[in-house]
Design a protein around this ligand. Sequence first.
Ligand SMILES: [Zn+2]
Length: 429
Amino acid sequence: MAINSATRAIKKMSYLRTNVLGRKRETIEQEVVDEEEVMEIRTSNTGLITETLVEREELINECLELYEKAPEKFNHLQKDSHKMFLEYWLNNPLPSGFKSLDASQPWLLYWIGNAFKTMNPTWLTNDYQKRILDKLWYISPTGGPFSGGKHQLPHLAATYAAINSIALCHNLDDNREINKKAIYDWLISLKTPSGAFMTARPVGEQDVRGVYTALSIASLLGIVDSKLTSNVTEFLTRCQSYEGGFGGCPNDEAHGGYTFCAVASLAMLNALDKVNIDALLSWCSSRQTKEEKGLNGRSNKLTDGCYSFWVGGTAAILEAYGYGVCIDKDALKQYILKCCQSEESPGLRDKPGTQADFYHTNYVLAGLSICEHSFMVRNNSPFDFVATPLVPEPEVEPIHPIFGLAILDVNNFINRRGEPSMSNLSMKV
Ligand SMILES: [Zn+2]
């Protein structure tokens, strides 16, 4: 009966292919005359050729060619050339096209700094570390909460990237202090009755990204308490979709980025057992395609290098908590080395045919680390992670799948911080 009433409501089905949405093909519209016809469309659309199906065929061909013909050097990570790519952009002004990242300045610091350290912990020199802190304190002179750029409002995503960037910088004897008290009060002000967090005040989205960034900030600073975490697990469990992955909010479509945020948050809350783990494992496995070998972020979407971390990191968290390995790490490593590196330019990319960028360079490297290590958590503590190399000489450092930082950097930050406490109102960087 429910299906019948739903079909009656549908009088016109549109497959949006408009130029307005940046797509290449025209809108296909089909008038539906009666319910029988709707059922027929629903069950007989396997012959429909979509833009994604065409693009996937092309991608498979490109990947297969690379697996056969990629130069031998792509059996390894071309670290020196990726370092050159990152270093150039640390030392030169960004082109005007980057103005769209004006509110994401701490992210640029984190992506570049973390990519450096994932490849080689010594590459982020004291000078680079000082420049990272200088930039963050220029943007937010009070030491937090942090904004995405000068004279902008504090934002959860910017503060997450800022704290992670500070965690990369632990060689300095620096007097700057992170204002833990101000950050805690601000986090509480962002909390909603449903258990989510607004990304900013007075207006901000409320979804699992806000939950993850808030919990990661608070966990690293040692300021988690029951006021901050009340109702959060309940909100997250409502975000698991029928597919097994997580959407951004209840009743949303499962997505790799949101799933990472939800699963990493549940791990920090020690509440992974509150969700359907079998469905989650199955959804993660389904993100990996046989031909391309990489991971996609949603059903019927193309493989993309950054999901090596968003979905790969989710898989590593589940592995660490004893739920087994749900992705083929060897296959993913091949995708990363052969399809995300390119002869044309340094840095790491989403897929063949796309340009390398900082975001993909960082998350593809983090994904490579997941392929090269196995993970285990001790005492159910997100701060007691152990990574064991799966290969004799890993190309990259062991990454902490919950925080997206090298395990070494997480441990160093926690040691500097001391025991979790609000009694110290600030923390030396
Ligand atoms: Zn991507």
